[in-house]
Design a protein around this ligand. Structure first.
Ligand code: SF4
Ligand code: SF4
Length: 442
């Protein structure tokens, strides 16, 4: 079975909610809709305090080409536009909406009917995706329409669909593949038309045999779509790792997937694209795995954006007494929440409650130069060195050692016997090196 060739690890799976069907989460009393839920230029609010809004109505316009519209996840009254602490711990502007009923914008098709055919021209498909505010829902939050618009001189040859979900604990994509497989296949056909490619491959790790079998069955009439079982190997959901695993092509350092003719989209994003193009539905809700060994009602929930994470935890049985940390995302790449008031955003794939015992970090000691982190790094970096450069604030040195290639997968931290907080050093370092690079362009 195929996989990528450099580094990687095999963390324990802990997919506690894999058998839990998707359940609709009740609407929050107040939705807190972040004005920035994507990579790129910030949005500009188009509603004011006191305005009445409907579900699906435009709340904030994209601030440029690399940006994404924000739509209301609820109906009700705009209470205020103010700051809230987001899942990364930073204060961010948000629109607070007091929920009244659930009145949707006209024109959104709320039926469960499958619409298989799409007569739109490629440019019109991309336009609809752009208007619907769709971003990469695997966590990267890169605006989807940008990936569908290759730069001059570049041509997409293959659509790579990410159904890997290699993060331990997370099962939202797995459930979506089981419960919305026909819609995902239609979404893939729409994207192939938009990109003018005649091949798509869906990469799924072999711990999801039911999803592999179902998608193979539904994709059977479309020989251009291949469902490819992959070895379990973290971080295979990384774009560069998945492209290599499925196509054998290696994306060079500092380059984007389009350099090797690939465009990658996650299955959650593809389902959102189906809903946008075929159902006129903007992106205002998503599937979130809420999980943890001590949660009494862990599950996969369909959640409106803007729902405070505290309400998700209440719905999942309440915060257990032995909770040590609450993480937005999975245990490898997720971030510990500074506040449970942080709202669900387009990139929130999961909320994980870790027990006190599991969340304790071992005492860090000096590097023993074992090179385990080097062997584990899927980007071929030297994490011990990058960690040291970051610790000593040598940002130019870190840049020379390709710090910006780090995909923040956490493999180095996971393997380090000296408990070095390598990922923390790398995240700080990437922010500093990124700022340095940007300052040179000004
Ligand atoms: S976090 Fe960065 S440096 Fe560490 S293993 Fe992943 S890619 Fe390599
Ligand atoms: S794994 Fe840890 S101890 Fe070993 S070389 Fe890397 S940083 Fe040093």
């Amino acid at each position: 079975m195929r996989t990528f060739t450099i580094g990687g690890i095999h963390p324990p799976e802990c997919k506690l909610t894999a058998g839990k069907s998707i359940v609709d989460m009740p609407l929050p009393k107040q939705a807190v809709v972040l004005l920035g839920q994507h990579i790129g230029a910030p949005t500009q609010a188009v509603v004011e305090k006191g305005a009445m809004v409907k579900t699906g109505q435009l709340l904030a316009k994209a601030g440029g080409f690399v940006s994404a519209n924000i739509h209301s996840p609820v109906s009700g009254k705009v209470n205020k536009i103010a700051e809230v602490v987001d899942a990364s711990g930073y204060p961010r502007p948000a629109i607070f909406i007091d929920v009244e009923g659930d009145e949707w914008m006209e024109g959104i098709d709320r039926s469960e009917d499958l619409i298989s055919e799409c007569d739109l021209e490629p440019a019109a498909i991309v336009q609809k995706i752009n208007e619907a505010g769709i971003v990469g829902m695997g966590g990267a939050c890169f605006p989807a329409h940008v990936k569908l618009t290759p730069p001059p001189g570049k041509k997409a040859e293959i659509l790579v669909v990410n159904g890997v979900e290699c993060e331990p604990y997370l099962t939202a994509d797995h459930r979506l593949m089981l419960e919305k497989a026909p819609e995902i296949i239609v979404g893939i056909r729409i994207l192939m038309k938009a990109l003018n490619v005649d091949k798509a491959v869906i990469g799924i790790e072999c711990n999801k045999p039911d999803a592999i079998e179902l998608l193979q069955h539904i994709a059977k009439p479309y020989p251009a779509i291949e469902v490819m079982p992959l070895q379990m190997h973290y971080p295979q959901g990384g774009e560069k790792q998945l492209i290599e695993a499925t196509t054998g092509r290696q994306v060079p350092s500092g380059c984007l997937p389009i350099e090797v003719g690939a465009v990658v989209q996650n299955v959650g994003t593809i389902f959102a694209i189906y809903e946008a193009v075929q159902k006129n539905k903007p992106l205002f809700e998503r599937i979130v795995t809420v999980t943890g060994k001590s949660l009494s009602n862990a599950g996969n929930f369909r959640v409106r954006m803007g729902t405070p994470i505290k309400e998700l935890l209440d719905f999942a049985g309440g915060l257990p007494e032995n909770a040590g940390k609450v993480i937005s995302g999975g245990p490898m790449m997720g971030k510990a929440l500074a506040s449970l008031d942080a709202p669900v955003a387009k990139g929130t794939s999961g909320v994980l409650v870790m027990d006190e015992a599991d969340s304790k970090r071992g005492q860090a000691s000096d590097c023993i130069r074992c090179a385990k982190c080097v062997a584990a790094c899927p980007m071929g970096l030297e994490p011990y060195l990058l960690g040291a450069l970051s610790e000593h604030k040598d940002w130019e040195g870190a840049e020379k050692q390709h710090m910006m290639d780090c995909i923040e997968c956490g493999c180095c931290t996971f393997t380090c016997p000296a408990n070095r907080p390598l990922l923390d050093y790398l995240r700080i370092g990437k922010a500093k090196v990124g700022a340095l690079i940007r300052s040179r362009k000004q």
